[in-house]
Design a binder for this molecule. Structure first.
Ligand SMILES: *Cc1c(COP(=O)(O)O)cnc(C)c1O
Length: 348
């Protein structure tokens, strides 16, 4: 299998920068960003803040760092952070909240809703007293990665966020794919995060930048976040080289609709295969359940990869496929054909 022929749907992080992005990187006006001298980073931070309707923004090397900075700034060591059980921050960030910020985590099982209800948040909040640490932060996620890229509607985010804020607890949104949510819900991103104190989003996923994420919030919050970024080793120098493609990535928001259409076609095609069940996706993440075919995710991913379709194991019988700007309609058709042969071979 040549690399060209491999249909890589492991993640929307696998996209390669366009020629325009490579040109922009080469031609970027740069300076030392730790001294705030890099005009390209400064412009990216301004435009990124506008894109989510926040006062200010900070460019970070990764989404994980952006989330962990936010958690650190919002809280004091020894407090609790309230998380949804299947959230990225809880599942896939190496217990950063405790390792980096000295927090105790308290989880809420929000089930298929992805975001806890107002009542669940109220029950999860701990008031500080002589024996109890107090809740320092609520984090939410949109779109919800583990639940299959679900675009959580504004009403549900608002309800959870309001419950926290009414109790004096700030709210951080892990919006790694917040623009996928915005496009799917036809709701401008600033409206979606109206009741949220800080938001993270990835430039390096569906938006197609080679590297980088954004943390946005109010001026004072971002000022504090800048120090914590330095503390975590994320202060970068002539970062305009990587921020320039990020500026172009911000123009890729509308085209996310293509990824969603491709994901819907992929889901329908895979769902037609015997023993494979795939719910209709909201956005660009497709989760295939192969339990009825008796195919475990581990062997399924391995066989799909051998057949030239990249995907990733999620759980015992569930596998994730992600569409992105490197995947066209014809790739989806070809992927379904290849996976169909895999399913036939493994079910036999
Ligand atoms: C990818 C992702 C992140 C982390 O982003 P990295 O840039 O990979 O560190 C955080 N949250 C969610 C929901 C993600 O999907």
């Amino acid at each position: 299998m040549s690399t060209d022929d491999f249909i890589d749907m492991r993640s929307d992080t696998v996209t390669r920068p366009s020629e325009a992005m490579r040109d922009a990187a080469r031609d970027a006006d740069v300076g030392d960003d730790v001294y705030r001298d890099d005009p390209t980073v400064n412009e990216l931070e301004r435009r990124a803040a506008d894109a989510v309707g926040m006062e200010a923004a900070l460019y970070t090397p990764s989404g994980t760092m952006a989330n962990q900075i936010a958690i650190n700034v919002h809280t004091d060591p020894g407090q609790e952070v309230l998380l949804e059980r299947e959230s990225h921050v809880y599942r896939w960030e190496l217990a950063g909240a405790s390792a980096l910020s000295g927090l105790q985590t308290r989880t809420i099982d929000a089930g298929e809703r992805c975001v806890p209800t107002l009542e669940e948040v109220e029950r999860g909040i701990v008031e500080e007293d002589l024996h109890r640490p107090g809740t320092g932060l609520l984090t939410l996620e949109n779109t919800h990665n583990y639940r299959g890229g679900i675009a959580v509607p504004k009403e549900r985010l608002d309800a959870a966020a309001t419950a926290a804020r009414d109790a004096g607890v700030p709210v951080h949104l892990d919006g790694a794919r917040v623009f996928n949510a915005s496009v799917a819900l036809d709701e401008p991103a600033p409206d979606l995060v109206e009741e949220i104190d800080s938001v993270t989003f990835c430039l390096s996923k569906g938006l197609g930048a080679p590297v980088g994420s954004i943390l946005a919030g109010d001026e004072a919050f971002i000022e504090a976040a800048r120090r914590v970024r330095k503390l975590f080793g994320g202060g970068m120098r002539q970062a305009g080289m990587i921020a320039a493609p990020g500026l172009l990535a911000l123009e890729n928001v509308d085209r996310l609709a293509e990824d969603h259409a491709n994901a819907a076609a992929l889901a329908a095609g895979l769902d037609d295969l015997p023993g494979v069940s795939v719910p209709e996706p909201d956005t660009n993440i497709v989760v295939a359940d192969t339990e009825a075919a008796g195919i475990e995710a581990g062997e399924f991913v391995e066989a799909c990869t051998d057949a030239g379709v990249g995907c990733g194991e999620f759980d015992a019988y569930t596998t994730r496929f992600t569409t992105h700007l490197g995947i066209g309609g014809e790739d989806v058709d070809e992927a379904v054909d290849r996976v169909s042969e895999v399913v036939a071979a493994l079910s036999a």
